[in-house]
Design a protein around this ligand. Structure first.
Ligand code: HEC
Ligand code: HEC
Length: 208
């Protein structure tokens, strides 16, 4: 209720949402999620058939940042990034910073079922290399806001592969404005080949 009041106050005071962005209000975000349903599903579980990832339960700050990245073209504009290009126009339906914050808050409340493994990789072979990832993403892949690193658990293994390849090959994390993607890119480049990428995704999928 407090959030609804806050939003009403901003309107009454005549401040545009671009000037004052209150913390996201999940209740208000729900209505704007309708357009996301078709691809990400009612619980934010994603859909392998159309390459859309799990977003349900992801940290609000990360979802908010990615939506802004898609909107501004920091993500989803590389000529080879065909899946990012599908997401970008969707982000543009969220017409204010407040709406982005609200949808991100709503996405955080969703609780998808764990995804089914879809790739073959040797999780044990990647366990030692995950030591490099753990300081930022957490020992259990739970994410860490202090390092701006998102939650990895609960994500589809094929999407983890796709993003590691995107970072490695420069489809993501190369724009000057992409401060956080640029921190991740050299990490993806430590995975020597596609097999190492698959092994890492299998190891992440094994984290609870
Ligand atoms: C037409 C299908 C489609 C619709 C509709 C759609 N998305 Fe997406 N979304 C995708 C795809 C595909 C990706 C993966 C992009 C990539 O591979 O980089 C994605 C990625 C994302 C990501 C990044 C996840 C991550 O882990 O980095 C977020 C956040 C997201 N979508 C939120 C939303 C929200 C919120 C909406 C509704 C406003 C929405 N999407 C609507 C297809 C869609
Ligand atoms: C220095 C901190 C840091 C380290 C170490 C690190 N990452 Fe990241 N990682 C990040 C940040 C920050 C992002 C978010 C980038 C963005 O905002 O687009 C990220 C994003 C990702 C994503 C994309 C998630 C999504 O939902 O799209 C994956 C997958 C990932 N990292 C895996 C790894 C793996 C595997 C390793 C170890 C080889 C690793 N990271 C090491 C900071 C780090």
């Amino acid at each position: 209720m407090k959030g609804v009041f806050g939003a009403a106050l901003i309107v009454v005071c005549g401040l545009s949402p671009g000037q004052v962005v209150a913390a996201g209000n999940a209740e208000n975000g729900k209505a704007h999620y309708t357009i996301c349903l078709a691809c990400h599903g009612a619980n934010g579980e994603g859909n392998p058939a159309i390459h859309s990832p799990t977003i349900g339960g992801q940290e609000t700050w990360y979802v908010e940042r990615q939506l802004q990245n898609f909107k501004s073209g920091v993500r989803g504009t590389h000529p080879k990034d065909m899946y990012g290009a599908q997401m970008r126009p969707m982000s543009m339906t969220l017409t204010s910073d407040q709406i982005v914050a609200d949808v991100a808050a709503y996405v955080n409340t969703l609780r998808p079922a764990p995804p089914k493994p879809s790739i073959s990789g040797d999780a044990a072979a990647a366990e030692a290399s995950y030591a490099l990832c753990a300081p930022c993403h957490g020992a259990r892949g739970e994410g860490n806001i202090a390092f701006n690193a998102p939650r990895l658990i609960g994500q589809h293994d094929w999407y983890v592969v796709q993003q590691l390849v995107n970072f490695r090959d420069g489809l993501r994390g190369t724009k000057l404005e992409d401060t956080f993607g640029m921190q991740m890119r050299p990490m993806a480049m430590t995975l020597m080949n596609d097999e190492a990428v698959r092994n890492m995704a299998a190891f992440i999928a094994s984290l609870k």
